[in-house]
Design a protein around this ligand. Structure first.
Ligand SMILES: Nc1ncnc2c1ncn2[C@@H]1O[C@H](COP(=O)(O)OP(=O)(O)OP(=O)(O)O)[C@@H](O)[C@H]1O
Ligand SMILES: [Mg+2]
Length: 244
């Protein structure tokens, strides 16, 4: 099967500092892959390179088998790849509904005027239902709880009807209850969406992921099934001797 996302010997240097070194990643269509590793391991950098926000210093990126090395974020987006960020990227002064409407409109772009109001409303409503925010549709983002804002970020990523979704620490800063709500939401996403998730919460990783890649100091330390990673001694050592 052709991988949905594949990187071949991707490296990234900032001057003399090597943030990523020869990273090979291969994610099957429909797979849910977690990327874990200590702070500074290069996880977000790898996402930025896959999503076209940073060029690799060397190496190649393939989406559904097509070489997309050097492609712009909008070109990757047009191929069905969508990314959320570690930091909040919402319009704070607009409502929940308006934020999703903008994302849906961006998705339709040139065809926007040919989409009926009803069809657009259905689309926005569908996205909000998926992240349990339909009831808060008229709330201004600035007035929402932190966990709900992060749910809305997921909604914006879903508005593009992605086939490949990159989630960078979706539960960071959340309370245990908010984390559980976000986890349920991610588990309930359609199975045909390929998901790459960077996540520090191991309960989330092991509940969601089919396979896990471990980065450490820019290099792949391990890559395997959840069970293989849980039993990997090198991985436990990197996590300061804690058993996973
Ligand atoms: N523009 C830059 N210039 C120099 N160094 C950078 C730049 N961007 C990232 N780095 C460095 O590259 C390394 C990897 O950063 P990255 O953000 O990918 O780590 P991460 O694994 O996502 O960490 P975290 O878990 O803290 O989010 C870090 O040491 C970081 O300081
Ligand atoms: Mg990061």
């Amino acid at each position: 099967m052709t991988a949905a996302v594949r990187t071949s010997r991707v490296s990234k240097s900032y001057g003399a500092f090597v943030a990523l070194k020869d990273v090979d990643l291969s994610v099957e269509p429909g797979e849910r892959r977690a990327i874990i590793g200590p702070n500074g391991a290069g996880k977000s950098t790898l996402f930025s390179i896959i999503a076209g926000q940073k060029p690799p210093t060397s190496g190649s990126i393939f989406i559904d088998g097509a070489d997309m090395t050097g492609a712009r974020p909008d070109q990757l987006w047009a191929r069905g790849l969508s990314r959320t960020f570690q930091r909040n990227q919402l319009f704070q002064n607009l409502t929940v509904w308006e934020n999703v409407e903008l994302a849906c409109a961006a998705h339709h772009r040139g065809l926007f005027k040919s989409v009926s109001r009803d069809a657009l409303d259905d689309e926005i409503g569908g996205v909000l239902e998926r992240v349990n925010l339909l009831g808060s549709h008229d709330v201004r983002v600035a007035n929402m709880a932190y966990g709900e804002q992060r749910q809305l970020e997921l909604a914006l990523a879903l508005a593009g009807r992605p086939r490949i979704l990159l989630l960078d620490e979706p539960t960071a800063g959340m309370s245990p209850a908010e984390t559980q709500a976000m986890l349920r939401m991610m588990i309930a996403l359609p199975r045909e969406i390929t998901i790459l998730i960077v996540e520090h919460d191991m309960d989330v990783v092991f509940s969601l992921a089919d396979r896990v890649m471990v980065l450490n100091l820019g290099e792949v330390l391990a890559d395997g099934t959840v069970r293989e990673i849980q039993g990997n001694r090198n991985v436990s050592e990197v996590y300061m001797g804690k058993a996973l």
